[in-house]
Design a protein around this ligand. Structure first.
Ligand SMILES: Cc1cc2nc3c(=O)[nH]c(=O)nc-3n(C[C@H](O)[C@H](O)[C@H](O)COP(=O)(O)OP(=O)(O)OC[C@H]3O[C@@H](n4cnc5c(N)ncnc54)[C@H](O)[C@@H]3O)c2cc1C
Length: 395
């Protein structure tokens, strides 16, 4: 394969990965006038493995950025209640319209990732799909100064950039190439089997817990409901992966026979999908000429359904640091990210242990809720800051 001697197209930022973390970062940078290229080895608008339930922080970000309209226009139902089922006890919590949003949403990844990409394109970011990052370009002092990418025909090309952002997911190539090792790791991992069903009533989010098992019901686009069943990864490997269909039905029944009957009353659309589990980590998220965001930088167990919210929060923290342009700005990104992430990371890891009884899981959920309130309060503050800057500009 020959490397095309491209006359070093020069961008302010090359972002690797065009989903929620990468597209959101590109959107924010492009809106500030930076020249941004986003590359992704996948296809525009393709689906990916996720149950895609958004927490309030994510919806607040989408609203602030003007992207929520596209998600609403795609017919994504508004989630107005969250019901926690602790064995046979049900605690139903209304989602108050607040912060400019009517409720929560769980858009399919074909909807949310596409909406973010479209908004970033409108802001001037360029996207190249079917293009894989294979290496980083470095200057003689080791500083990253661009990427080497490979297109679908196997042609290699170098592209220069002031910063390379790895938004390339859990198994980030950028993280591997810069040697960004985790400095905090979780101890537990859960496995998930999920599928989409039609013919089920839309009655908000439902989360089910019994010792050793968990499940969830998440209304989404096209009249479908995403239903997941979750167990410790050991049980998935020993018992469920050989027959996910039977395992899925068994875990739902163990969680709640009523839930199993409800799901059986719908029709499954497509195959069940499985995720074997992955312990969480926080990686060093920046260095000389590079940064990481989204799952590439920070992964935690999906059982608390907070990965997309993390990605949209951290995209803004990183964009501010890139605009600042200094190492101190990037160090500030890491500091702010850790301050907001560590509490969520720890409580998620405890929940993922499945080593709890019902009073303990309730207490963990209260801690999770406090962490999320702090997160939303910080985002509300960002909104106020942005508004006061806008007023200053027009004054
Ligand atoms: C089973 C499961 C359920 C989940 N449920 C939820 C939930 O309910 N709510 C929630 O908020 N979060 C959930 N999450 C987490 C959420 O899906 C992730 O946090 C989110 O996808 C992270 O987005 P990202 O943009 O960082 O990375 P990704 O979505 O992983 O995107 C990375 C992109 O990088 C591209 N890429 C990778 N390597 C290269 C390369 N070398 N060159 C070019 N492109 C490359 C890929 O093609 C991909 O498009 C779940 C995760 C799993 C596994």
């Amino acid at each position: 394969m020959e490397e095309q001697n491209s006359r070093q197209a020069r961008y302010d930022a090359v972002v690797v990965g065009a989903r929620c973390a990468g597209a959101a970062t590109a959107l924010l940078l492009a809106r500030e006038g930076l020249r941004v290229l986003v590359v992704d080895r996948g296809r525009y608008g393709a689906d990916t493995l996720s149950t895609h339930a958004l927490m309030r922080g994510a919806v607040v970000q989408l609203h602030r950025w003007g992207v929520l309209e596209a998600i609403e226009a795609a017919g994504t139902p508004v989630v107005r209640t969250t019901s926690f089922h602790y064995a046979d006890e049900v605690i139903r919590i209304p989602i108050k319209p607040r912060d400019g949003i009517p409720g929560l949403y769980a858009p399919r990844r074909t909807v949310i990732d596409r909406a973010l990409v479209d908004a970033a394109r409108d802001a001037g970011a360029e996207f190249a799909y079917g293009v894989r990052l294979v290496n980083l370009a470095r200057s003689s002092d080791g500083r990253v100064g661009g990427v080497v990418i490979e297109d679908a025909e196997g042609r290699l090309k170098s592209v220069g950039a002031r910063i390379v952002v790895g938004a390339d997911g859990l198994r980030s190539t950028v993280a591997g190439l810069v040697g960004a090792d985790p400095y905090r790791t979780g101890r537990h991992a859960t496995s998930v089997v999920f599928g989409y069903f039609s013919g089920l009533d839309d009655d908000g989010y439902h989360w089910y817990y019994r010792p050793g098992v968990s499940a969830g019901v998440i209304p989404t686009n096209d009249g479908l409901t995403c239903v997941f069943a979750s167990v410790p990864d050991r049980r998935f490997h020993d018992e469920i992966r050989h027959d996910p269909g039977a395992g899925f039905a068994r875990v739902l029944s163990e969680c709640s026979p009523e839930l199993a009957r409800y799901v059986a009353s719908g029709q499954r659309s497509g195959n069940l999908r499985g995720f074997p589990g992955q312990t969480g980590f926080l990686r060093q998220p920046w260095g000389q000429g590079w940064a990481l965001v989204g799952d590439a930088a920070y992964f935690k167990d999906p059982l608390t359904a907070h990965g997309i919210t993390d990605a949209l929060r951290d995209a803004e923290l990183l964009a501010r640091a890139v605009l600042d342009g200094s190492d101190a700005g990037l160090a500030g990104y890491q500091e702010a990210r850790d301050a907001m992430a560590l509490g969520l990371f720890e409580v998620t890891d405890e929940i993922a242990s499945f080593d709890w009884d019902l009073p303990q899981i309730k207490e963990m959920h209260l801690r999770l809720s406090e962490e999320m309130k702090d997160e939303v309060a910080a985002m509300a503050e960002w909104r106020r800051e942005a508004e006061s800057v806008a007023v200053g500009r027009t004054a």
